[in-house]
Structure formats: C-alpha cells, structure tokens
Design a protein around this ligand. Structure first.
Ligand code: SF4
Length: 369
C-alpha cells in the first residue's frame, strides 16, 4: 500500500487544502500575501505538467543523501545535539544546558522544538518558488531578535506549536509529496540539531529535495562545519554593516558584521554560486538577501562593495525593497518609515557599478519617490 505521506498531490489540490488550513489557523494574511506578491503567482498549469515536474524533482540528489547513507549525518546530528549541553549554537554562546531544560537568549524551550507553520510558500525568491512553491518550515524563536522584525510574534514571542523531530521529518516528506521544490528552513540556527536529526529520518523515508538554510547570516563557523555537505542552498541575510547599528537594532549583537561576513564566505566555499537547474529552479548555491532600510542605516552600499570584493561577481544578491516598520521600529525615528524609491535605486545602481551581475531587483511601483 502506498505511503499516504508520499502520495502525489496536484498543485490545485494543495492550494485548496493550504487555503483551508490557513483559514483554520488564522494565517490568511500570510497565505494571501504569498500569492499576491509580484513574483509570487505562478500561471495555472496543466496537471500533467505538474506530475512530470514532480518526477523530475525526485531525480535530484541532495547533498545530505550520501552523509545519510554513510551514517555520518546521524553522527553529526548526535554531536550537534551535545552542543546544547552548554549551548553555543549561535554567536550568543549562552552556555546554558538545554538538555536540562534551560533557556538561553533565543528562548527555545530546552531541547524542545516549536514550529509556527509549514506550507508551500509562493512569496520567496522566484528560483526557489518555481511552480510548486518553496516547502517552508517556520521555526519559532530567534537568537538575533531585530527590533523591526515583521515576524516578531513568532521570533520574539515564540508563537507556534510544540513539535518533535519525527513530526518535523513528516512535514518535510509532506512538503515533498505536495510538489514543493525544496525544504526551506526559516530561522534554523537554534534548532540545527533537530533539523539534522529530522533530515536523517526523512532521508531514510525518501526525502530528496534540496535543503535551504534560511538564516539571518549570524552563524558560527563551528556550526557551519556540521552543515557542510548537508545544506544545498544557503539563504543568508546580510543585514548590517556597522557594529553600533547591529548592536542597537539586534539586541546587542555588535559582532554581526564580522561574523556574518566570515560566515557568508564559508557558505560560498561550501556550495558556490547559485545557478538554477532545469526549469529555472535552484538546487544548490549561495543566495544572499539584503534589506534596504531607511536613511541607509543598514549600510547597503558598503555591503554591496564587500560582496563585490569578496565573492564572485555573479553571486546571487536579492536587494529587498519591502522594509516596513513593525514591532518596536517606531521607537527609533530613523527606521520608522518605509524606504523611498531613490534610496532603493541608489543601492541598485551602486551594486551595478561594482560589477555585480546576478541581482534580484524588485518592483518599485509601490515605493514613494
Ligand atoms: S541557540 Fe539560543 S541558547 Fe544557544 S547560544 Fe544561541 S541564543 Fe543561546
């Protein structure tokens, strides 16, 4: 009898059930937001086309598969699990014993796992979305906690449901069965041991999608070593150029610029320049995100210059225009507005002058001049 989790589903079936689920759990704005963004709405397609793509997707061999087959993925997951005994999973390095239920800065509940949702996301970068969507798993809590975070209820307050490793593995398989192109782990750092354990289980049950590590970029080199050969696509932010700025907006994370730049170089070493596979869907590589902020507080032009000097010129860089003041942003007058069209265009122009050739440029029609 066919495994119900692995049962193939058409995209139309999925969208119906996803919309129903969103309505049930109060995620309507998230779901609707995903399908109404400029790059978010795939054209309707014939069901036979979907089936062909799903078969083609399963032919891809992800990085973690050989580590799973050799048993190394399990060993690494166990080692990483031990790191939580004196937690140093992220640069906060709280040193709390999460095995004894202690909670550090990120507020993750000991070794527990909290997940706020999982679904096909059509609002991510186009090469991740394709036609089937990006199989997103939103992890609750965060070790960085920016004051303007739009997802503050999830990242700061930890909104979500108690989960476990087996359930997470099932989510991965379900997203694959639903025709998603990847497993997109949002804010993964403080749950990296759980992720490796879940991946090992899911790989044994047939998971073959590339893994996207969708991180704030503030990653320790030691932990990235555990992820080498596991992650297929790194999707880091590069948020701040200035130490005082990162300390101000990211709860004292003064080290953000140095640690993130070092981490991004390591990510590039591991997976290289992102180049889409067949049908324009990304399977491996580094994709950097940079959010342009008002009054250039994020140091956008300096970050573009750093990328141009330290990474290949065809590094994928998504220059994001969607900054919106949220959470505590109104306590900081300089970031209490959206960016202007001129502010965005200036960053794009500078990136082009620097010779960056693989820019993801967003529509600016809704930005004020
Ligand atoms: S993952 Fe959480 S507990 Fe561990 S070092 Fe970071 S903030 Fe502290």
């Amino acid at each position: 009898m066919a495994d119900p989790i692995l049962k193939q589903q058409t995209r139309r079936d999925f969208l119906k059930s996803a919309a129903k689920l969103c309505l049930q759990v109060g995620l309507t704005p998230v779901f609707l937001g995903c399908v109404t963004r400029e790059t978010a709405t795939p054209e309707p397609e014939a069901e036979t086309e979907v089936e062909e793509r799903e078969v083609a997707g399963l032919a891809f061999e992800p990085a973690y598969l050989s580590l799973h087959n050799s048993g190394e993925l399990k060993e690494r997951a166990d080692e990483l699990w031990d790191v939580m005994q004196s937690c140093r999973l992220c640069p906060r390095q709280c040193g709390v014993n999460r095995h004894e239920g202690m909670t550090g800065f990120c507020r993750s509940p000991g070794t527990g796992l909290v997940i706020s949702g999982h679904h096909a996301h059509f609002g991510e970068e186009r090469p991740l979305v394709g036609r089937g969507g990006s199989g997103t798993i939103f992890l609750s809590h965060c070790g960085l906690r920016c004051v303007f975070c739009q997802n503050w209820a999830i990242s700061h307050l930890g909104r979500g449901s108690d989960s476990d490793i087996d359930k997470m593995a099932d989510m991965m398989l379900r997203l694959q069965a639903n025709g998603c192109h990847n497993i997109n782990l949002v804010t993964p750092t403080h749950y990296s041991p759980h992720i490796l354990k879940a991946l090992d289980i899911a790989a044994g049950k047939g998971l073959r999608l590339p893994v996207v590590y969708n991180t704030c970029g503030w990653e320790r080199m030691e932990i990235l070593g555990f992820l080498d050969g596991v992650v297929d696509i790194y999707l880091p932010d590069f948020k701040y150029w200035d130490n005082d700025v990162s300390a101000t907006y990211a709860a004292g994370a003064e080290s953000y610029p140095e640690i993130t730049s070092e981490a991004i170089i390591e990510m590039n070493r591991q997976v290289g320049v992102a180049r889409p596979g067949e049908q324009g869907v990304m399977e491996r590589g580094l994709m950097i995100r940079h959010l342009v902020m008002p009054n250039d507080v994020s140091g956008s032009e300096d970050i573009m210059a750093w990328i141009a000097e330290n990474l290949p010129k065809d590094t994928y860089v998504n220059i994001m225009a969607q900054y919106t003041p949220a959470h505590k942003a109104y306590d900081y007058p300089e970031i209490s507005r959206r960016i202007t069209r001129e502010e965005y265009q200036q960053v794009v122009q500078r990136a082009r002058e620097l010779g960056l050739t693989n820019l993801d440029i967003q529509g600016m029609g809704w930005l004020q001049g």
